[in-house]
Write a protein that binds this ligand. Structure first.
Ligand SMILES: Nc1ccnc(=O)[nH]1
Length: 440
């Protein structure tokens, strides 16, 4: 039965005990990342790059938001590329790679945090799919869409590499056509003044966009470990993802301008143009690739804790779990979710990239189950987290007040030119290099 053997080698093995097949070329990966760059969150969450105040009102003019988002996305894309390359080089999934950085046991800390963010994203994705589908067909109850999206998501996770190829073959082109169609339509509408107001919240907006890109960092290697070369992995993730994310957010921001900044109405302009319903349905259906990527990566992350677990069993359980969560919950504080993600995963990447490319990783990381603990790397990560919070403590009252106390104790005042992400990345990376030096 040669065909059965071929199919096995073409798909991801069920457990971490077997090696990953290297079967994804540059265009497979580019199509995959380009799809992930387009999300309904680029529309429903477009307001976050306008640096909203505590009451949720945008503080940046639309034009400033567009520039901030493009800068944040481009920087986030480069960071994503840095996270993608080690996966291709080592053939290891993202959380297993972290055994090399922190040691086997300590890698459980970021693994648990990543599982939490991915369950959060997976749930959010099903909710946003159901909300958008309800905007299209409001006579169908919400739970029907949640369950349908959950089933489709889970089905895609069973043959993950097959799903990536499916995206390349059919979905990417449809998504690009829909994007172009809405651009043409929106730019024909009378748009309000896009540059009225202050640009002082620029880095808050840029950091919000960067956080969305960076949230794929602890996921990237789960896919790029199937890449034929590290260069292809870097290029596809950095470029493919950023280009489409910028296109999608600009569309979201134009839609927001057309509804006078009211983000609860941001889907309306899409549905009001002719053929809008059909093209918007493309976006709704393809959103399942995001929830697929979240659920599959949650399963692979759990395998870092339990390497013998069958990823299909984990995926079905997780797909069911997020479906239940999406039936029960609504999207809460999306803005705070993003800043928490940024503050955890930006410095994590700073430490990882510094150590992998310039530190101990150059001699090869030990990613085995007995890799020794490296506490100094945890300290470097924590330093980067603290820097992020000092520059941008976010909007959750008690937490922000706590960091404001630390600010005044350190005589530190955040300036508008400071990007929480860039400073946190730099400090975490420098601390990791320093720690690596002193230990030698
Ligand atoms: N990691 C993620 C980033 C953005 N959207 C998602 O669904 N997941």
């Amino acid at each position: 039965m040669p065909s059965a053997v071929e199919t096995r080698a073409d798909e991801v093995p069920y457990t971490l005990d077997e090696p990953a097949p290297k079967v994804l070329g540059f265009w497979d990966q580019s199509a995959f990342w380009a799809n992930l760059g387009v999300s309904l969150f680029a529309f429903s969450g477009a307001y976050t790059v306008l640096a909203p105040d505590a009451a949720g009102r945008p503080t940046l003019p639309i034009l400033a938001g567009i520039v901030a988002m493009a800068v944040g996305t481009a920087l986030g894309g480069l960071m994503l590329g840095l996270a993608a390359a080690p996966g291709a080089k080592t053939g290891q999934p993202a959380m297993v790679l972290l055994r090399g950085l922190f040691g086997a046991r300590l890698s459980y800390v970021p693994t648990v945090l990543n599982i939490a963010q991915l369950v959060g994203w997976g749930t959010f994705e099903l909710i946003v799919i159901a909300d958008a589908a309800r905007a299209l067909w409001d006579d169908v109850p919400r739970w029907v869409f949640v369950v349908a999206a959950g089933v489709l998501t889970t089905a895609l996770t069973i043959r993950p590499l097959g799903s990536v190829r499916l995206l390349r073959r059919y979905v990417t082109a449809a998504v690009l056509i829909a994007l172009v169609y809405f651009y043409v339509q929106f730019l024909r509408e009378p748009l309000p003044d896009l540059n009225h107001g202050s640009w002082s919240g620029f880095w808050t907006g840029a950091d919000a966009a960067l956080a969305v890109s960076i949230s794929w960092v602890p996921v990237a290697a789960d896919y790029t470990r199937h890449s034929r070369t590290p260069r292809a992995a870097f290029g596809a993730a950095a470029v493919g993802y950023s280009v489409t994310q910028i296109f999608a957010y600009v569309l979201g921001l134009l839609a927001l301008a057309l509804v006078a900044g009211d983000s609860t109405k941001v889907f309306d302009p899409f549905l009001h143009v002719s053929l809008g319903v059909a093209f918007f349905a493309v976006f709704v259906l393809r959103e399942a690739d995001q929830s697929f990527a979240n659920v599959y990566s949650t399963a692979v992350s759990i395998q870092n804790l339990v390497p013998r677990a069958d990823r299909r069993v984990l995926s079905v359980a997780l797909g069911t779990g997020i479906t239940v969560l999406a039936l029960v919950f609504d999207i809460g504080d999306y803005q705070s979710f993003l800043s928490l993600i940024g503050s955890v995963f930006v410095p994590l990447l700073g430490v990882l990239a510094a150590d992998f490319f310039l530190g101990a990783g150059r001699r090869g990381w030990d990613t085995g189950r007995a890799a020794p603990a490296r506490w100094s790397m945890i300290v470097a990560w924590a330093a980067g987290f603290a820097v992020y919070q000092l520059v941008y403590p976010g909007g959750v009252g008690w937490w922000a007040r706590g960091w404001t106390h630390v600010q005044s104790w350190l005589h530190f005042t955040p300036q508008t030119w400071m990007s929480a992400s860039l400073l946190s990345f730099a400090v975490a990376g420098a601390a990791a290099l320093l720690a690596g030096r002193t230990r030698r």
